[in-house]
Design a binder for this molecule. Sequence first.
Ligand code: GDD
Ligand code: MN
Length: 374
Amino acid sequence: MTLLQIPRPEAAPNIPATLELTVVIPTFNERENVAPLILRLGKALEGVSWQAIFVDDNSADGTAEVVKVIGARDPRIACLHRIGRRGLAGAVIEGIMASAAPVVAVIDADLQHDETILPRMLKLIQSDAADLVVGSRYLAPEGAKIGLSPLRLAGSRLATWIARRVLRADVTDPVSGFFMIRRSLFERVGPKLSPQGFKILFDIIASQPKPLRIVETPYVFAERQAGASKLDGRVVIEYLGLILSKFSRGLIPPRALLFGLVGSSGVIVHLLVLALCRRLGFAFVGAQEMAAVVAMTSNFLINNQVTYRDRRLRGLSLLTGYFRFCALCGLGLIANVAIADLVHHWTPIWWLAGAAGALFGAVWNYVSTSLAVW
Ligand code: GDD
Ligand code: MN
């Protein structure tokens, strides 16, 4: 039987027979929110031919099970149950790639986004008034005040400000997790997107070869109903990495930039420990050795927690990884000195020779540890 001969399920009278919209819903420990969200989507999207793909990262609370139980009765509901992976952006990417609808929407599972504006968003795309519609918390007068604490509000405003500078697009909420896009326009940038972090929308806009026609629709960001937010300090750091990577026009991967950022923090740790050891009366060389070991250890641990969060080493592999990291960075240091010495033979500019050595050492450390440690 060919694909075209597979009989179509009987469509309800006022619902178009071909799929119009896929709603992608990333979930991590959102068990309580699944059923209410599906009910709300059903009400909001009456008359639209839609489906929902929940993308769950094997939540411990059994979110995927709940989705599958509902999916067994309601064929519009599917669960992409990912194992061994974590990450909001990656979940959204895979959910959209699994869609066959011409238009896809992304919405949080925790009922903070207002699903009742989905039909308006869909009209904008179907009537070709927009390629991308963004639900914005900052267009409505009180849009973000309810769902965000004052600290989160300030942080979010700062993130928005930076993103607008980098994107050069007039979007009031470029880090929104609530948007709708033509699937073809997503797919053409899919391979360039970073699966880490929260800022998938920012990444989609920044990666486009030609600017998208973007329309924003206001909504009020509601308070979370059940469960807890997963946005934390590490997510913020990942965001900075993504922005810097976009500044380099994607030449430098976000992970390399994070690695570099962590390396710079190592310099500070080094100097602090050096000062402390001197105070405690260590001889200079001993103090310098001590500082180097502490800085290397802190670099390793922070990289493990932040840069390679999705591949975090634990238990015994944390220990073997640490030894490998130290050995590779030790080699990097030897290469650093050798290169600097070589360059110094060609040029009397001491800082150029030093910088060349340091750059080579840093690249070596990044490449070798990314291959052999994480
Ligand atoms: N599959 C998967 N994997 N889903 C995840 C993960 C993950 O690692 N982390 C978070 N999610 C899901 C949550 O279950 C929720 O449905 C949605 O992604 C948003 O996560 P929250 O933890 O509720 O984020 P928030 O409300 O604090 O952040 C909001 O504002 C950000 C910008 O300030 C969201 O709207 C974000 O999308 C937005 O970027
Ligand atoms: Mn939320």
